[in-house]
Write a protein that binds this ligand. Structure first.
Ligand SMILES: [Zn+2]
Length: 246
């Protein structure tokens, strides 16, 4: 089984940039990326999408399953943390949370470790991040397009704004990599709300983003960050990673 730590080293190898990580690139993804030769790479993290959720809500997550069925790749990945911020830190750096030191919102931007987006920027490649406003400030000036969305109780509206910004940056000229973080599944799980509704909404947002990725001749990676936070249900600590050219 591969791990979430391998995403950043794989993309670094694909872009031919230096990223210090003990994790190894995933050869199958590299072959897929090189074969498809995308104009742009998009990485979407779906908060709380674990492997079991991906299977249990296959009907609601139709678009994502179809992306796999249409010559995409699917991996089951080991997670590195049960919390969002350290997990995303690991996805973007290829390092364990103890090594990158980003555990809370307050740590974002204080770490000496650069994310794959910042390393790409250092080599003159434009990137974009579409995330919650709280995490945006330290990235301004380090990443070409930093789009913040304010946290709010209406998580449906929140994800809609993330989707809109993601589509907008995908249409920017010369952009090489886009990262975005979608949150409805996690919020619905924490609030004890109907998860099939969250899955359907998420799938709809993915469909629109995937359509834009297709128009841009892009590569799309979709993964979860940690197990779904559900009381009373023991979850395995694995998440799906989907790699496709929509
Ligand atoms: Zn999370």
């Amino acid at each position: 089984m591969i791990s979430l730590l391998q995403i950043a080293p794989t993309l670094a190898e694909y872009f031919n940039i230096m990223l210090a990580s003990p994790a190894r690139p995933v050869e199958a993804i590299l072959r897929f990326a090189r074969h498809s030769n995308p104009a742009i790479v998009t990485l979407l993290v779906l908060d709380s999408l674990d492997f079991r959720f991906y299977s249990d809500f296959a009907a609601e997550l139709r678009t994502i399953h179809e992306l796999v069925e249409q010559e995409g790749l699917l991996f089951e990945c080991e997670t590195v943390s049960s919390h969002t911020t350290p997990a995303i830190g690991s996805i973007l750096t290829g390092l364990e949370p103890e090594a990158h030191g980003i555990f809370t919102d307050n740590d974002v931007g204080k770490s000496e470790i650069k994310s794959i987006l910042e390393i790409l920027e250092d080599t003159g490649k434009k990137t974009a991040m579409v995330i919650e406003t709280k995490g945006v400030k330290p990235l301004v000036g380090r990443i070409t397009y930093v789009c913040g969305v304010d946290d709010r109780e209406d998580i449906i509206r929140y994800d809609e704004l993330i989707k809109t910004h993601t589509i907008a940056v995908l249409n920017k000229k010369d952009i090489k990599m886009v990262f975005a973080h979608i949150r409805a599944i996690d919020r619905f799980a924490h609030r004890g709300k109907d998860l099939s509704v969250a899955a359907k909404l998420t799938d709809g947002n993915i469909r629109e983003i995937a359509n834009t990725v297709r128009e841009r001749n892009g590569l799309l990676l979709i993964c979860g960050d940690h197990e779904t936070h559900l009381k009373a249900v023991k979850r395995t600590r694995t998440v799906p990673l989907i790699v496709c050219c929509p």
